[in-house]
Ligand binder design. Structure first.
Ligand SMILES: *Cc1c(COP(=O)(O)O)cnc(C)c1O
Length: 225
């Protein structure tokens, strides 16, 4: 957490917002249907405040402990902020994750789905949940295999009573992202899921073109990590 504060995060945010809206319009979509998650991981509160002051209220973090250290104070100052977990969740962090976050994009295995279901019950909360799909079928990467997504969704819903809003993916770095975005969009359509979390700094416009409803953009707003 030693990154310099970008010279003008507000200007970078405005640039990303206008590029995102243009990409949505270009694809014949309502720009309001694509939500921009500002990914503030590794950045300190002092770097996040200018982005909050510029009006951004939707943020993403990839680690529970880091989010817990930064966000309670920021949220006290900006109470209408929404916080999404976009990184992998360990089951022993589930209680804190359900306390802290409004959405989890990385429901990636039965054990985590069950832990989230139990915590939501205990805390009387319902988060917006996404199943992470390993669209590249990479051995080292988290996520449900495409062929198992329908049965995992049924397990989440029928056995655990979880409301699943949509699908999320992180395409392999060496492959064309568009292919993965198109694939995820098709899978979500087949499963009747309305939300799609896909697209990062390098490809959020492409993701918007292929139907993303949430794009997760870090370095294009906050600067290099
Ligand atoms: C860090 C991260 C992002 C944002 O990446 P940038 O390239 O900085 O925009 C998006 N999604 C996930 C899951 C991440 O971990």
């Amino acid at each position: 957490m030693t990154n310099p504060i970008p010279s003008s995060p507000a200007a970078a945010l405005a640039d990303v917002q206008s590029r995102l809206a243009a990409a949505a319009r270009e694809a014949g979509r309502d720009p309001a249907s694509v939500h921009l998650i500002a990914v503030s991981k590794t950045f300190e509160a002092e770097a996040i405040v200018p982005v909050l002051d510029a009006g951004q209220r939707l943020f993403g973090e990839n680690r529970v402990q880091e989010a817990k250290a930064k966000w309670p104070d920021l949220r006290a100052r900006y109470p209408d902020t929404e916080l999404h977990l976009i990184g992998p969740l360990q089951s022993n962090k589930t209680r804190e994750a359900v306390e802290l976050f409004d959405a989890i994009h990385t429901v990636d295995r039965p054990k985590i789905a069950r832990a989230i279901a139990e915590e939501q019950q205990k805390q009387g909360k319902r988060l917006k949940l996404f199943i992470e799909v390993n669209t590249g079928e990479e051995a080292q990467k988290a996520g449900i295999a495409p062929k198992d997504t329908a049965s995992f969704l049924a397990h989440c819903r029928d056995d655990l009573g979880l409301g699943i809003a949509g699908l999320m993916c992180i395409p392999p770095v060496d492959e064309e992202a568009a292919v993965h975005f198109a694939f995820l969009a098709k899978l979500a359509r087949e499963l009747g899921l309305p939300e799609l979390s896909m697209g990062m700094s390098s490809d959020f416009e492409t993701a918007a073109e292929f139907g993303a409803t949430y794009v997760r953009v870090g370095s294009a707003i906050f600067g290099a990590r």
